[in-house]
Every structure is written in C-alpha cells, then in structure tokens.
Design a protein around this ligand. Sequence first.
Ligand SMILES: [Zn+2]
Length: 171
Amino acid sequence: MKTLVLDQGYVPVKVIAWHRALCMSLIEKVEVLASYDREVRTVTRSFQAPAVVRLLGTIRARPQLVRFSRRNVYLRDNHRCQYCQKIFTDAELTLDHVVPRVSGGKTSWTNVVAACGSCNRRKGGRTPEQAGLALRTPPKRPQWSPLSVAQRLPEHDLPELWRDWIFSNTG
Ligand SMILES: [Zn+2]
C-alpha cells in the first residue's frame, strides 16, 4: 500500500510507503486526510494505514526523480517500439540497449528504449546504425515525477481514495 502526499496547498507532490506516512503522522509532520480500511496493529494500539496525507508546518516536499525500471521505460516510450513505432503490450515489449552492453552501453535512461521482440532480435548486439534501424528520438530521463507515473496508470490501478485529489488538480 502506498500513500499519496499533498503539500500544504493540497497539491499532490509524491507517493511514499504507507508506513512512512504513518510515522510522519505520529510525529505530527502530516495530517491524515483519508485512510485505508486495513488496520495495522502494534502491541498497544491499532492504526489505519494512511491513504492520503497533507504536509504540515514548513516542510517542503522535494519532487522525487522517477526511478529507472522496465515499467517506467515502457511508460516513457508510450508502449511504442522505438524502432518500428508500433504499440505493444508489456508482455510483447523488451528493453533494448541502444549501445549494446558488450560495447560498454549502460543500463540507464539515456541508453535503454522499449523495443518489440522482433526489432530487438533483428538489432542483436549491434548499434541501430549497424543494424540498419532508425531510432526516432534519443532516449532521455523523463521529466515526470512518480506522481505523474501514477497519473499515467490505468484508472483501476489507482487507489480509490486518491482519485479526488489527483483528478481535481489536473482539471
Ligand atoms: Zn519493433
């Protein structure tokens, strides 16, 4: 379970683990605006896991950088194979190292793209030029935050309790 964090002006800023949010509420760094039904027990007390919290005081939430992961690369590339430009499902996509690992290519935002299985096989351990494949745009670190990752997820993947806060702020 994850907790949506809002700033003092009720604008979503980030997503954190629920137990961190609970600790922050116990030391009154945040106020809990909505809780999940599930209870969390300690020896003496039971708590409900926070679903949405708002920062109190003068703490400024620093926007988090989006983590490099398979899922986030697919999201960045809109599930489009960066070589043939067709759209595929998660299961059909692969991660392709533009500069192959054997040639010192890194596993990073700027060297990894989504590719379909057939383009990836065709490319093999070569650069796009060597394989006669064109990369439309050079891969970059996405500018969105983990929160906008949540916004890109299908609506049914979002906790029900977050919806009011996320969608009211995007108009
Ligand atoms: Zn392809």
